[in-house]
Ligand binder design. Structure first.
Ligand code: BTN
Length: 250
């Protein structure tokens, strides 16, 4: 396949359990060059955030992982990897549709529905990020999702058109490569600014749940560690990690 990210190599498999798991095994067993892309047409055990699974109809969507070695990045700044993955997907989607945002921390939304998800698994040793597996799932040509997945939507459902998966993979990897270069060059502020500007319901009052209690607050941005900063009615600002906060979608 021709692509516009020099040095990157794409391995496409008809079927894998999970591209993230495959990459983790690969890294464990051998030295893997940066920019190795593992792409599966079908995943039989796709993994989502936490203990969730990632549903994707065989052959219909993009499911792939990129292996990076961001040894130049302080582990305290690793949320920047989530930010570039999110921005790469929004940049790619922007060529095709509108209404895109990033639902903190890294769900990609079109209006109030999720089009793509990200699972980043970093391996930190001696205070260095030795490797990062950036797993990405984008709902592209799927027409119907299972009944439990009421918030999922695909590009085809939104536009009525089918997309060439290899072209999508090529253009998305091009975006990742571009943003990874920016990260390596120290463009932290630019990345953070762009990520913040894309945040779902930024500066709008929303409902959240934390420690079993529902409350209203307004998303204002993220801090260095990726915690969401929200402003409570009355003006006090609080920072929440993913484990502490649930975003309740209308
Ligand atoms: C989420 O939103 O819960 C994260 C979903 C991440 C799914 C992708 S698909 C490719 C890669 N391999 C996996 O097993 N998961 C990620």
């Amino acid at each position: 396949m021709r692509h516009n990210f020099p040095g990157w190599k794409v391995l496409t498999f008809p079927e894998l359990e999970s591209t993230n798991s495959y990459c983790r095994d690969l890294i464990h067993n051998e030295e893997v060059p940066e920019g190795t892309v593992v792409h599966a047409l079908t995943q039989t055990k796709g993994r989502g955030q936490g203990a969730k699974t990632w549903e994707s109809e065989p052959g219909k969507n993009l499911t792939f992982s990129v292996i990076l070695h961001p040894v130049f990045l302080n582990p305290a700044d690793q949320f920047l990897l989530s930010m570039i993955a999110s921005l790469a997907i929004t940049g790619f989607l922007d060529n095709h549709i509108g209404g895109i945002s990033i639902k903190w921390p890294n769900d990609i939304y079109v209006e109030n529905k999720k089009t793509a998800g990200i699972l980043i698994e970093n391996s930190v040793m001696h205070n260095r990020i030795e490797s990062s597996v950036m797993g990405i799932g984008v709902n592209v040509n799927q027409d119907k999702f299972s009944a439990g997945l009421t918030s999922a939507v695909s590009l085809r459902q939104i536009t009525g058109k089918s997309f060439d998966l290899h072209q999508c993979l090529n253009s998305l990897c091009g975006e990742i490569a571009r943003l990874y270069r920016l990260l390596r060059q120290g463009g932290h502020e630019e990345i953070k600014r762009n990520y913040t500007s894309m945040l779902y319901r930024l500066n709008e009052e929303c409902t959240f749940r934390s420690s079993g209690r529902e409350f209203s607050a307004t998303p204002k941005g993220v801090d260095e560690t990726g915690r969401l900063i929200v402003e409570l009615p009355g003006g006090v600002k609080k920072h929440f990690s993913l484990q502490e906060l649930e975003f309740l979608i209308p």
